[in-house]
Design a protein around this ligand. Structure first.
Ligand code: ATR
Length: 275
């Protein structure tokens, strides 16, 4: 029987996921024959659903909120970047049946910044707002770019301090939002989940250096609250996470199919859909 290779994204909620469209555009472009679906999977059902998916011949899964930590536990083998981040967004069935877990979020972010927007992180003073799963996935890849310093600021300071201790690096430190007063950064990332619900941490004036840029890891059809804030601060670039979304997907596609799709046309298509 002629079967088609099966891939899927699991998450909860999953209704607005762009991943099926992104992967079908990649498949068209690279002439790969595959099927990619989105499935709502609550946290408690992840293990049984993932097991069933792979037993029925599924080759690869993407996992999104709130499943990245359980996907990390589910994997039989981990990439180094997934091991460090303690979160997995991509699972792949290996030829021997074991499940390999990777985290392509961080590399997706770095590729978007450096290749699509010509921004460098080397020697830059960098701030990440938030200390949850999204932050966990990007700390390692940012530190690999050798910034001058990387500060994690969070509403609950203990969470930021724990992350900083865990990654333990000379250039890395943590603080609460109040301690940001009087500090200045070349690049500010929003990795809190606040922006999508229209919230923003209370940030001091002059936090962004002249010619500095802002990047919201979140992505929406209209400008997120953080993107708007970045523009108000006269950021050189105030970007949302559409490029990161497509780049992390391309990295997963590459892991599964061994072929790297072009991301620019897919980013352009997604941007054209937002009006
Ligand atoms: P994710 O996986 O998207 O990172 P998460 O692990 O639940 O989600 O983390 C959400 C992050 O957004 C946390 O850093 C959270 O701050 P706390 O650790 O203090 O809870 C942050 N966050 C959510 N809503 C926020 C708000 N209104 N203001 C500031 N930070 C907020």
């Amino acid at each position: 029987m002629d079967t088609i290779d099966q891939y899927a994204v699991f998450g909860d909620p999953i209704g607005h996921s762009k991943s099926p469209k992104i992967h079908s555009l990649f498949a068209q472009q690279t002439e790969q024959r595959l099927n990619y679906t989105a499935q709502r999977v609550p946290l408690a059902e992840f293990e049984s659903c993932a097991r069933q998916f792979f037993e029925q011949g599924g080759l690869g899964l993407n996992c999104t909120v709130p499943l990245k930590e359980v996907a990390w536990q589910f994997a039989d083998q981990l990439s180094e970047r997934a091991r460090l981040s303690k979160a997995v967004n991509t699972l792949k069935k290996l030829p021997d049946g074991r499940i390999f877990g990777d985290n392509t979020d961080g590399v997706g972010l770095i590729r978007d910044l450096t290749l699509n927007h010509a921004l460098t992180l080397h020697h830059k003073s960098i701030l990440v707002l938030g200390a949850g799963g999204a932050t966990r996935g990007i700390i390692g890849p940012i530190l690999e770019q050798a910034p001058q310093r990387l500060v994690i600021a969070n509403r609950s300071i203990d969470k930021a301090l724990r992350l900083s201790d865990e990654f333990s690096h000379d250039q890395l430190s943590a603080c609460g939002f109040e301690e940001l007063s009087g500090q200045c950064f070349d690049l500010i990332f929003n990795a809190t989940s606040a922006s999508l619900s229209g919230d923003l941490p209370d940030l001091p004036e002059q936090l962004l250096a002249e010619q500095g840029s802002c990047y919201d890891l979140a992505y929406a059809n209209t400008a997120t609250t953080f993107v708007v804030w970045g523009n108000q601060q006269h950021a050189l670039l105030s970007l949302d996470g559409v490029g990161m979304l497509v780049e992390q997907a391309a990295e997963a596609f590459y892991l599964w199919r061994g072929i790297r799709p072009e991301t620019q046309p897919v980013i352009a298509w997604l941007n054209s859909q937002r009006g």
